[in-house]
Design a protein around this ligand. Structure first.
Ligand code: G3P
Length: 218
């Protein structure tokens, strides 16, 4: 299972990359807008690509097919690891097919239904990004979507990878893995939450207190 960090925050990306814990990065226009300030987003994208050696999803902001393809090609020109992210619209699906046919990997984003995921697979998408948390937000069952897409992709032999997105807490990650998602993308906060356990903290505290009674050094 691939673990991606869902952020454009360079500090957080360095922290996770230094720990050797992440396989790639996903970004979106909202995430880049939080960190860019007066910087050109393309500079930040390149910096991310130089830190993490893995798939880096960068999203187009055009909504018309030809412009999406043009933007996608520019983004792909930033670095060989770029995956172009397009929204799951009619134009997005057409742009996906065109980019895939020219050898550029594509992550189809903003997926909220199995029927959308089917069309992304038909368009040859490298990744499909179902937004689990946003479905939960409107009283739906986000995880059910992961399960259904897994069944359909396996049943019909689609190679598109399921990239569980909009994951908000550790249980989302665990459930995505149990249901067979190929990748999970998570905010930095959730990455570090995955490591935490109160019994680890109290256990370590007790070990160190016991060691201290020896009054020796290693
Ligand atoms: O990768 C998509 C993801 O960032 C969306 O997450 O929490 O904004 O729904 P969220």
């Amino acid at each position: 299972m691939k673990l991606f960090l869902d952020t454009a925050d360079i500090g957080e990306i360095r922290r996770a990359a230094d720990a050797g814990l992440i396989d790639g990065i996903t970004t979106n226009p909202s995430l880049i807008s939080k960190v860019a300030g007066s910087r050109d987003p393309k500079e930040i994208y390149l910096e991310i690509c130089e830190i993490v050696d893995g798939p880096i999803s960068l999203e187009v902001v055009a909504i018309e097919r030809t412009q999406m393809v043009e933007e996608g090609r520019k983004l792909a020109g930033i670095h060989e690891n770029v995956v172009v992210k397009v929204p799951l619209t009619e134009d997005g699906l057409k742009a996906c097919r065109e980019l895939i046919n020219s050898g550029i990997p594509v992550n189809v984003t903003l997926c909220f239904s199995v029927s959308q995921a089917l069309l992304a697979a038909k368009a040859g998408a490298t990744y499909i990004s179902p937004f689990v948390g946003r479905i939960d937000d409107i009283s739906g069952e986000g995880m059910q979507l992961i399960h259904q897409i897994r069944q359909i992709y396996d049943g019909y032999g689609y190679a598109t990878e399921i990239l569980a997105a909009s994951l908000r807490h550790p249980l989302h990650v665990v459930e995505s893995m149990m249901l067979g998602a190929d990748c999970c993308t998570i905010p930095p906060k959730v990455l570090w939450q995955l490591a935490k356990h109160p019994l680890t903290d109290s256990g370590l505290e007790a070990f160190l207190a016991d060691w201290d009674t020896l009054e020796v050094e290693l």
